[in-house]
Design a protein around this ligand. Structure first.
Ligand code: GLC
Length: 905
């Protein structure tokens, strides 16, 4: 039972500490906050400290009233393209449609691009593309043509192009149609200025991806999805679009998986069989018709290809994947107190966030309020291991002075004419957090570099990471076509590169991330960047992690966070998280406990919440693990600790993601695409390759149904019981338990708990092993912090555990790479789960010593024990043991046991 908690009424506990403005003389830190002064005065006069934002309408009002403009096709006016002549190229074919040109290019034997351009116009590659055409070697292919068709054939796919009407069909090597244009309404092409493509589908086809979509379901068949980056405070399943745009999806059908990336940053719309079960189509409000086709048949191959094109994530610094704590409108003192409370309560924590409150004046980017500056110094002195992340916003206050000092960011940007222009060519000025702001034109390279250079104000103060917010770009005003952003006819770029805002809108956040990424290159070239963006386009993963914006503390939002993050993961963005506990409003104790349990398995793990000064707020001032009573605190701690114990496993999953685009948090269909049951599962996921998580998403639930994919056996992480796959089981899920399963034949590398990543060197690696027949695991290790691994400074060790006839279990390890000299890893704790006691353990002729308890094994090399409590054998193996280590079991084999005992995980 949850303990009864008395929740303080937030407006009685609002900080009334009077901050007396002081002069801070450091460069760029001299911009003492006018806001600080106002705050002090407000507090003195007892007006609740409502400052700059008090003059604005409540944000919720802003967001209720958005215009919804949606580009649509006039079906009477679709194109009727036909190929009049063609020319085979070194990498495909050029098509002549008379009034348009067309290209089908082969990037690889399973990857192609189709474009329809104005005559003579180059094929478009958006800034989302990291490796464009020039970076690829054309595959070997055969080309044939008849009066009716042109056929390009590689080792993996055939592209069959019909000439009249123009249509493209992709077939696999066996001649099965994987994807095909739907020609009943016309051909693909342009309706007016709108590029579009119609494709055939059948009712068995499922669709995933589409970037950031706030839907309750994961499979998007039957849905309409839009891409228009929008600041959607408190969005919900009915919101048409949210913060980021990725016009990419994966189709999954009998022939396997394929992917389509519609590389058009304009407002795009995907109708995924929402009108008919026979076709789907996608269109955009302008731009060029260019899309990429990636053939699987595995979903993983499609994602690998897509991220070869748009980029993979950087391997994050380890502290970036520890727990982060954040809140809008913490007082400066609260930031310090919160961090210290984490340490006192021994709940692991890696980073505190500084929300916009730290900025000087009225939210002026790259300036400091002295109180927050001091708080940062206190934190860095008292808890030097703790990392700090500063929020940044692109709207630069239109003010020449902050805290009585020249506001260099505004002055320099103005002097160099770096701001976005309105339709008349004048600097665009509007309200965002500053009452009057101007926006850097990130489409220009020199503006990005200059903006990057401003970050010394953050880094010199001691900030480690950056959270880029409001880059949709969010603007607090209504417009003719889209609300709460810039007018669609604003101007970006100079000279020949000038484009209207509607063409660039969805790229603004990407280039904003690119500029901030450059700041890390300028100021912290040795360190791996930690950058978090709310607003991205396809390819943004190569600069930043992403979080799903201003969600709500509700059961519905906990539920929808899962498919939302999974679809982002399938959109090439594996470094994804949601605000744990919900941003808008406050969760109940039960909801918080359930969210913390689920969120411990988010790739990016941050507890963040809205200001306590919201009228609609119903709950406590803060949203800390200890806010909701002892039971919830204990549960939160348990799951945060589990995440920290799993750090080696998690970090390895990130390493794989950085190499192949494989999600860290995988939808079940990612690994089990042949199991039809997984197609629609949107309330469970795989955490890495081997752990299945089924979070409890319903109020009051104490059991939960879990589907276990077929052709595998699954061990319950808590009880050790093994279940056959291909069935749905009901498991106990009291408040302190999240259903968690491990695939048999897997090794989960774990370690001791730390209060922050890097607190203690990794000296002993636990190999939590679930053995059926044989399992191998490649363990990657590096310094977790610098870019040295990019030059080879890492180790890879392969572990194999196998069971042989006659009841012998063999452990072997092989060093595959040994270039990370600072590794302190000196031993492995092999934990063979679900095991009886072995008769003996030995490496070659050397016998390991049997001891009585787990603690002695942990402390003493070449020992082992059988733990009744853990239902496991534990063996302490020195890392320099070159011989195979054998566990002898009575000559009768030690196959899986039946229902196991609790192991006190
Ligand atoms: C936006 C962000 C949120 C942040 C707030 C104040 O709403 O999404 O995370 O706390 O702005 O900066």
């Amino acid at each position: 039972m949850l303990s009864e908690i008395l929740l303080p009424t937030f407006n009685h506990v609002y900080d009334t500490g009077v901050a007396i403005p002081r002069c801070v003389t450091r460069n760029k830190l001299t911009r003492m906050g006018r806001r600080t002064l106002l705050k002090s005065t407000a507090a003195l006069f007892g007006v609740g400290g409502v400052l700059a934002s008090a003059s604005r309408p409540a944000r919720a009002d802003h967001y209720d009233s958005k215009i919804h403009y949606e580009p649509q096709l006039d079906n009477e006016n679709l194109a009727q393209l036909s190929v009049q002549s063609h020319k085979i190229l070194g990498d495909g074919v050029k098509l002549d449609f008379g009034d348009h040109d067309g290209y089908v290019r082969l990037f690889a034997d399973d990857f192609a691009r189709v474009s329809v351009t104005e005559p003579g116009q180059a094929e478009y590659e958006s800034p989302g593309v990291a490796n464009g055409l020039d970076e690829w070697d054309a595959p070997t292919f055969g080309a044939e043509s008849t009066s009716e068709r042109i056929v390009l054939e590689t080792e993996s796919i055939t592209v069959d192009i019909s000439k009249d009407p123009f249509g493209v069909k992709f077939l696999d090597a066996d001649g099965n149609v994987v994807n095909e244009d739907y020609l009943d309404k016309g051909t693909s092409g342009y309706e007016g200025d709108k590029p579009y493509v119609y494709k055939k589908t059948d009712e068995n086809e499922a669709f995933y991806g589409f970037g950031e979509q706030p839907d309750m379901g994961f499979n998007q068949r039957g849905e309409k999805l839009e891409n228009w980056n929008t600041d959607q405070y408190g969005y919900g399943p009915d919101s048409d679009y949210v913060y980021s745009s990725v016009p990419f999806f994966v189709g999954l059908k009998d022939t396997g998986a394929y992917g389509i990336f519609f590389d058009d940053p304009y407002h795009s719309v995907f109708h995924m069989a929402d009108e008919s079960d026979d076709y789907y189509y996608f269109l955009a409000d302008g731009g060029q018709l260019t899309y990429y086709f990636a053939y699987g048949p595995e979903v993983s191959t499609v994602l690998d290809r897509y991220t070869d094109l748009t980029g993979k994530i950087d391997l994050p610094p380890k502290w970036g994947i520890g727990l982060h704590q954040s809140k809008w409108e913490y007082t400066a003192q609260e930031i310090v107190d919160t961090a210290e409370t984490y340490r006192e309560k021994e709940i692991p924590l890696d980073a505190m966030h500084f929300d916009i409150d730290y900025m000087g004046g009225e939210y002026n980017a790259f300036t400091w309020d002295p109180d927050y500056y001091d708080a940062l110094q206190t934190l860095n002195a008292d808890l030097p291991e703790l990392h700090s992340v500063a929020v940044n916003d692109p709207g630069v206050g239109k003010t020449t002075e902050v805290n009585g000092e020249p506001y260099e960011t505004y002055l320099e940007g103005t002097e160099n004419d770096y701001w976005v222009k309105d339709a008349d060519g004048d600097t665009f000025t509007a309200e965002v957090w500053p009452p009057e702001a101007v926006w850097p034109d990130f489409s220009r390279e020199e503006v990005r570099s200059w903006y990057a250079s401003q970050h010394d104000a953050l880094f010199d103060a001691g900030i480690d990471g950056v959270k880029n917010d409001m880059g949709e770009p969010a603007v607090f005003q209504k417009n003719e076509k889209y609300d709460w952003t810039m007018p669609h006819d604003n101007i970006h770029g100079v000279g020949e590169d000038t484009i209207r805002h509607e063409a660039y809108h969805n790229l603004y956040g990407l280039d904003y991330a690119r500029a901030a990424y450059e700041a890390f290159e300028q100021y912290k070239p040795e360190k791996r960047p930690f950058l978090l963006n709310r607003n991205l386009f396809a390819g943004g993963q190569r600069y930043a992690a992403i979080w799903t914006g201003d969600n709500v503390s509700s059961w519905e939002h906990l539920r929808l966070s899962i498919p939302m993050m999974l679809n982002l993961s399938v959109s090439g963005m594996p470094f994804v998280g949601c605000d744990i506990g919900g941003f808008v409003n406050r969760p109940s104790p039960e909801l918080f406990a359930r969210w913390m349990q689920a969120g411990a398995f988010n790739p990016y793990c941050r507890n963040h919440t809205d200001s306590h000064r919201k009228d609609e707020l119903n709950g406590p001032r803060n949203q800390h693990p200890w806010t909701f009573g002892e039971e919830v605190e204990a549960i939160s701690k348990q799951y945060i600790e589990l995440r920290y114990r799993l750090l080696p496993y998690l970090y390895n999953a990130f390493k794989t993601a950085s190499e192949t685009g494989k999600p860290v948090q995988q939808p079940l269909m990612f690994q089990f695409q042949d199991d039809e049951q997984t197609v629609d599962i949107d309330d469970q996921f795989m955490f890495g390759d081997d752990m299945l998580v089924a979070p409890v998403l319903e109020k009051g639930a104490t059991t939960r149904e879990v589907y276990l994919p077929e052709d595998e056996q699954w061990a319950d992480f808590w009880t050790d019981a093994v279940h056959e796959g291909g069935q749905t089981i009901t498991v106990d899920a009291p408040l302190d338990r999240v259903p968690l399963f491990v695939k048999m034949d897997s090794i989960i590398p774990m370690r001791e708990i730390q209060q922050y990543t890097g607190e203690k060197p990794l000296t002993m690696l636990t190999l939590d092993t679930y053995l059926d027949e044989e399992v191998s695991y490649s363990f990657y290790e590096d310094d977790g912090e610098t870019r040295a691994h990019e030059n080879g400074a890492y180790n890879v060790t392969e572990f194999t555990v196998s069971t042989n006839p006659g009841g012998v279990v063999t452990f072997e390890r092989e060093h595959e790479e040994q270039n990370y000299d600072d590794s302190e890893l000196s031993s492995y704790l092999l934990k063979l789960n679900r095991s009886e006691a072995p008769q003996k353990v030995q490496a070659a002729a050397a016998k390991y010593t049997a001891v009585d308890d787990a603690e002695t094994v942990t402390e003493t090399s070449e020992t082992y024990t059988h733990s009744e409590e853990q239902n496991a054998v534990l063996v302490h193996i020195p890392a320099d043991e070159d011989n195979a280590v054998r566990l002898f079991f009575n000559g009768q084999g030690r196959g899986p046991q039946g229902q196991g005992k609790g192991r006190g995980h």
